[in-house]
Design a protein around this ligand. Structure first.
Ligand SMILES: [Zn+2]
Length: 522
């Protein structure tokens, strides 16, 4: 497709030469006139002097004068001719250099891969070369052709008295596997007759536009962040980041938790390396936030960003090993939770605690200890209601109060939520805005109240990637833990937190029953 351009170019170059020939002779005629006028004036003066001499010598003198006039005219003519020739030579050199410059730019343009037709406007010293898109409709920049002309004209007028080549074109560049940036660019090159080179004079670039090759349209936040769960996931990262950056986080925690959420209508600035989002009006003192893609990797379409940014997000779990996550609900308290912490520490096992906000408020120091000993703290609501029976406002209040309690105890907002009784629907999941963690093995420990029976349930139901449900508020449940750990270790299992088991890839609006059991909330 692009090959046609060269024939376009040669056609246009003819047009260009034709125009320059029309123009150039004009200036040559002018300079010739100047020369001739000068000679005529000199001839008049000499004639007046001659008329004073004796008449006998008149004829002789007249011949001499005629000869002199001829010589002067001839000399003048010769000088004019030489100047003209020099000018023509200089012009030729400029023309040739312009051709060469054009050829190299055209070569670059072929590499860009945008089919273009070249339009050359030549007005003597001034040349404007515009690479117009061959098919305007295939270029995602609106009115590209018109904008290119305007840019070139503006630039061209800057150097009125110089030989200048102005080039306007569209630059396309792949910045991610499925994103290209298009920008309109105009450059002017001023010819320096002394050095015989073009000097880069000016450059104008219009705002780059990022195009998703998946849609052919300008990249939207919806392209980049493919679903509502991902948007909610980013919201959580934003909240934690504002707190991490705050000088006095205790003063902004309420404002952070009360923030309106970002939406697909939020203004954003795309960069292949990072994303900047304008936040809805809020009381945190932060109006926009920039996130590296590795901070929000699970929530971003990887084909639309620089892949290097996501590398760190790769799995930390070994494909050849077996993993299981122990989870403990309804704590913390200052008796059985502390007993459990000791057991876990002695066995070098990390677990996940789904804590109730009201218990955290009562035993913040226990929560802090759980966190400091490397376990994950997640939310189990504030007062243990059935979330799917509450209004979205009440769900949010349950979540927010728990977030605040856990943050104040540990400095970290919980990422995950286990709804009491596992009860959740779309509306409550949306209001909660956290990943929903269910379980694969229900030990019914609260009912069995027998360490051996609890162990038996685990033994009969455990599998690689399973999430085991227990409660750290029941003494018999805690007593069951050493046996569970020893038995599973003997079977080759390693213990990880829920966040590790899911590799940090979990998203709000989805519920997780195990490492490989992900379901959308419906
Ligand atoms: Zn519970």
């Amino acid at each position: 497709m692009f090959m046609k351009k060269s024939s376009n170019y040669s056609n246009n170059s003819q047009h260009k030469e034709a125009t320059s020939e029309k123009q150039a002779p004009l200036s040559r005629v002018e300079s010739h006139q100047k020369q001739t006028t000068g000679t005529a004036r000199r001839t008049q003066t000499t004639n007046r002097q001659v008329s004073k001499k004796k008449p006998t010598h008149r004829k002789y003198l007249f011949s001499l004068m005629t000869l002199l006039t001829i010589v002067i005219i001839a000399t003048g003519g010769y000088i004019a001719f030489t100047l003209k020739q020099q000018e023509a030579l200089a012009r030729e050199k400029y023309e040739a250099a312009a051709e060469k410059l054009l050829a190299s730019i055209q070569e670059e343009q072929v590499k860009e891969g945008i089919p273009a037709k070249l339009e050359t406007l030549s007005n003597g010293d001034k040349k404007e070369l515009i690479f117009r898109p061959k098919e305007e409709s295939t270029i995602p920049v609106k009115d590209a052709s018109k904008k290119l002309s305007t840019m070139a004209n503006k630039l061209c007028k800057k150097h009125t008295d110089k030989e200048t080549v102005t080039v306007a074109r569209i630059e396309a560049q792949a910045v991610a596997s499925k994103v290209s940036t298009y920008s309109l660019k105009a450059d002017s090159y001023v010819w320096n007759r002394e050095t015989g080179r073009f000097e880069d004079a000016d450059s104008v670039v219009a705002d780059p536009i990022f195009i998703s090759e998946k849609t052919g349209n300008e990249l939207s936040l919806k392209d980049l962040v493919p679903d509502e769960g991902s948007l909610l996931g980013i919201q959580q990262v934003i909240q934690q980041k504002i707190l991490d950056q705050a000088k006095e986080p205790d003063k902004v925690i309420d404002a952070v938790l009360a923030m309106d959420r970002i939406t697909y209508e939020s203004k954003f600035t795309y960069d292949p390396e990072k994303l900047t989002i304008q936040l809805p009006q809020n009381q945190t003192g932060v109006s926009e936030i920039t996130l590296a893609y590795k901070e929000i990797a699970p929530f971003i379409d990887p084909e639309l960003v620089n892949a290097d940014q996501l590398k760190e997000q790769q799995s930390t779990l070994d494909q050849n090993k077996k993993y299981v996550a122990l989870t403990f609900d309804d704590g913390p308290n200052d008796t059985t939770t502390l007993d459990l912490l000791k057991i876990l520490k002695d066995n070098d096992v990390k677990a996940t605690f789904f804590e109730l906000g009201q218990m955290v408020d009562r035993y913040p120091e226990v929560s802090r200890k759980v966190h400091e000993e490397g376990h994950e703290i997640a939310s189990h609501s504030y007062s243990h209601p059935q979330l799917n029976t509450l209004s979205p406002e009440d769900v949010k209040a349950e979540i927010t109060k728990t977030d605040k309690a856990i943050y104040q105890a540990t400095g970290v907002l919980p990422k995950n939520l286990r709804p009491p009784y596992g009860a959740i629907d779309q509306q409550s999941a949306q209001a909660a805005g956290k990943s929903i963690i269910q379980w694969s093995v229900d030990t019914e420990d609260w009912k069995l109240k027998d360490p051996n029976k609890i162990l038996k349930v685990v033994q009969n139901n455990v599998y690689d990637g399973s999430i085991i449900l227990l409660h750290d508020i029941h003494p018999k449940s805690v007593q069951a833990v050493p046996g569970i750990i020893q038995t599973l270790k003997a079977q080759g299992y390693e213990f990880v937190t829920v966040d590790q088991l899911l590799n940090g890839n979990q998203k709000p609006m989805y519920q997780y029953f195990g490492a490989t059991d992900e379901r959308s909330v419906s």
